[in-house]
Design a protein around this ligand. Structure first.
Ligand SMILES: Cc1ncc(COP(=O)(O)O)c(C=O)c1O
Length: 438
């Protein structure tokens, strides 16, 4: 049996950084977390040791790992011949179901990752409006495409003024010219948003946002802010685009748009949508979606789009989410867990803010005030988070070094109690290292 260190050395010879996706590195471990399998709320390391999973595939495994309904769906797709690049009755049935559940959905298209679906949504928004500029919020993440991978986590020294941030490219290799097409605005700042619209509104195709900004931890919109986004879009003929890759089916069957009662023109649904299988959906109003080929002139195509294995998995996942009591149970589990977590933070004396919405949450070490925007979130102390996560992993609970964490519907009270024990230990490690003598 090879150790994680040995596997990492081997993997690094063939995979840059030893990983297939850079976000899978884990600085708390010094190597990626190598798992041998997953089952329900647990992932197992190379030695077969179980860990309560508080990463849950970055939010994709909302049903837990290896859910029987998802397995059955994948088996069914295999029986049907691993159909790929053909339409079936299941594709339109899935689209119809989304149109029943999600307020803005009058039509749907599917693709694999959130990144590619958001990218297609952006092209569609540009085609439908005949405009090119995008407004996005600082600290909001919309995947890795060259068009949108700006200012999701900029270093503060290079982020520009707080009320009019400059577009910060999050990767080398992004064409410089694309930065001219994007305007970055601080989240939850009505004046800054109104000023951006006053300046650019008539050339903007879309305002894109995470309606709950999990990618900066867990930042909710202030009351009235999403409504202001809708009103400004209406005033300037701009399409309101919700990136619900993380919020879809997590905060309710109708997503964040259902929770807030504000309907965008376009939305992307991802992660939990496929129950752990790689599928996401672009949904929107019929006149906008009609711009897609072959009805319209905006391209959206690909050999592997809406692979049947993923379509059947998504149908199965939606069936599970629609079971009576699904979200009530998540809410009840969450309240108990978050109450316990808050109590542990208080008792430890560690400076740490916990913010949550549904079964996902953010932690801000070194921050005590409510966090409403990226600049506040960026004030957290990463070194404290690393000590916390290292302590939790040592105690059998897996946290990834990420802005957001969460549990799944497969987690029981007992699993979350087990997590809380490790969290108490991890917090004690942080206190001993950072708070003693203060
Ligand atoms: C809000 C949001 N949008 C888009 C993406 C990109 O999705 P994917 O990782 O499936 O490409 C993510 C992924 O973390 C996300 O959180």
């Amino acid at each position: 049996m090879q150790s994680a260190e040995e596997l990492y050395r081997f993997a690094s010879r063939y995979l840059p950084g030893g990983v297939c996706a850079s976000a899978r590195s884990n600085p708390a471990l010094g190597h990626p977390f190598f798992v041998s399998r997953g089952e329900g709320p647990y992932v197992y390391d190379l030695d077969g040791r179980p860990y309560v999973d508080m990463c849950t595939s970055h939010g994709a495994s909302l049903l837990g790992h290896n859910h029987p309904a998802i397995r059955a769906a994948v088996s069914r797709a295999l029986e049907l011949g691993i159909i790929c690049a053909y339409e079936t009755e299941h594709h339109s049935a899935l689209a119809q179901r989304l149109c029943e559940l999600v307020p803005c959905a009058e039509m749907a298209r599917f693709a694999g990752s959130g990144t590619e679906t958001v990218m297609h949504g952006l092209r569609l928004a540009r085609a439908a409006t005949g405009r090119e500029r995008i407004i996005k919020f600082e600290g909001h993440f919309h995947g890795y495409s060259d068009h949108l991978y700006y200012s999701s986590a900029p270093p503060l020294a290079q982020a520009g003024p707080a009320d009019s941030p400059r577009p910060y490219p999050q990767s080398a290799g992004m064409p410089r010219a694309l930065a001219d097409l994007i305007t970055i605005v601080p989240f939850n700042d009505p004046d800054a948003l109104a000023a951006a619209f006053a300046r650019h509104g008539h050339e903007v195709a879309t305002l894109i946002l995470e309606p709950i900004n999990y990618d900066s931890g867990c930042i909710l919109p202030r009351p009235g802010f999403i409504e202001l986004c809708r009103a400004l879009c209406d005033q300037y003929g701009v399409l309101l685009f919700f990136d619900e890759v993380l919020t879809a089916f997590r905060v309710g069957l109708a997503g964040a748009q259902g929770c807030f009662g504000v309907t965008p023109d376009l939305a992307v649904l991802g992660k939990a949508f496929g129950g752990g299988m790689p599928i996401s959906a672009l949904v929107g109003r019929r006149p906008i979606m009609a711009h897609l080929r072959p009805e319209g002139a905006s391209e959206h195509s690909g050999t592997y789009l809406a692979h049947l294995t993923t379509v059947l998995a998504a149908r199965a996942a939606l069936h599970e989410y629609a079971q009576g009591g699904f979200y009530e149970r998540l809410a009840e589990l969450g309240q108990r867990f978050y109450d316990g977590f808050g109590e542990i933070i208080r008792r430890s004396g560690v400076s740490c803010r916990l913010q949550y919405a549904g079964p996902r949450f953010g932690l801000y070490f070194g921050v005590d005030e409510p966090v409403w925007n990226y600049r506040q979130a960026a004030g957290q102390r990463e070194e404290m988070l690393l000590v916390f996560i290292t302590g939790c992993i040592r105690r059998g609970v897996y946290f990834h070094v990420s802005a957001h964490h969460g549990f799944s519907a497969a987690h029981t009270r007992a699993d979350l109690d087990r997590a809380l024990e490790a969290i108490e230990g991890g917090m004690a490690d942080v206190r001993d290292q950072f708070m003693v003598g203060r």
